[in-house]
Design a protein around this ligand. Sequence first.
Ligand SMILES: Nc1ncnc2c1ncn2[C@@H]1O[C@H](COP(=O)(O)OP(=O)(O)OP(=O)(O)O)[C@@H](O)[C@H]1O
Ligand SMILES: [Mg+2]
Length: 357
Amino acid sequence: MIWSALAIASATLGVGLALVALLRWLPTVRLQLVGLALLAVCLPLGAVLLSGWVMFHMGDDVKILAVSAASAATAAVAGLALAQSVARSVERVRRASVSLAGGDLTARAPESGPAELADLATSFNEMAQNIGRLFDARRELVAWASHDLRTPLANMQAMLEALEDGLAEPGDYLPALRDQVRTLSVLVDDLFELARIDSGQLTLELRATPLADVVASCLRGVAAEARHRHISLASDVEGGVRALAAPDKIERVLFNLLTNALRHTPSDGSVAVVVQGDGREIRVTVEDSGEGLEPEAQQRMFERFWRSDRARSSRGAGLGLAIARGLVEAHGGRIWAENRPGGGARVSFTLPAAQGT
Ligand SMILES: Nc1ncnc2c1ncn2[C@@H]1O[C@H](COP(=O)(O)OP(=O)(O)OP(=O)(O)O)[C@@H](O)[C@H]1O
Ligand SMILES: [Mg+2]
């Protein structure tokens, strides 16, 4: 008797495992669930029937077969209903993904149904939202880039036409033409730098960089303009601080912050650079006594092509801080802006300190 029971139990286990393996080959979730429901009912029933026949020579076959058929049918119906509802939730996410793939960036999946499927729909919606945001940013970037490229090109064309028509002497327009070419090449260089930052192809030759040298070189670069506009320039660099950084990139960041500070500070104002280190991190701050930052500027000034309405007529393209952020983050640092308590803006960034600072 014990051997028959063991044989039936192992046969049931074997058949169950084989059928589960086969179920996985069914083509839809719906069929798999119905199959699972049938299996869950029929297999134990089959085992009970077999035991009855083998062990007790039971004769009530018809009744037992009727009970088996009824419970199998119930299981199939329940499985089908459950499969239908699961399949409907899956189908909603599938339909949204087909629309998204077809270019409809507003496609979203309803976040309902069983927890796992609701989570799937939530992740899908977040992904769709991020893709939409990226597309908007790209559209804006192209719009602003073409606008900023068109302006100097139109100016140059007007000057060249005036020269062709003999309305001016070449010497009259040469400096202006050179200025326009410079504007264009700065813009193209900036766009190129941004593209390299985006694609992760930026190569940073990191070395222990004494920040006093970087600050001195940038201050030299803006000294003439500051003198011309009667703006005082000051620096306070903690002795011996060295950052693990690519000096040319850090110079570019600091130069942009200084140019911005000068641009937004009226005559007789002041601009200062402060460098402090705490052994792990070095903080560089550029402060000015200018107009300060409006709440929108504080939030958006690091976006590409963003300029405040006040600054829109200025010569900048609105790329400097976006590049600065890309470069600082590529060094593993942070950059942020705030208003100074006494008026004016303060933009700071951090860099990792070089060993032994
Ligand atoms: N020190 C500051 N004070 C007030 N506003 C500032 C200051 N620095 C930046 N901003 C605001 O942030 C905007 C973006 O600065 P960003 O350096 O990216 O561009 P830009 O200086 O206008 O042009 P670019 O740097 O490409 O020549 C500026 O146009 C200005 O509105
Ligand atoms: Mg700038």
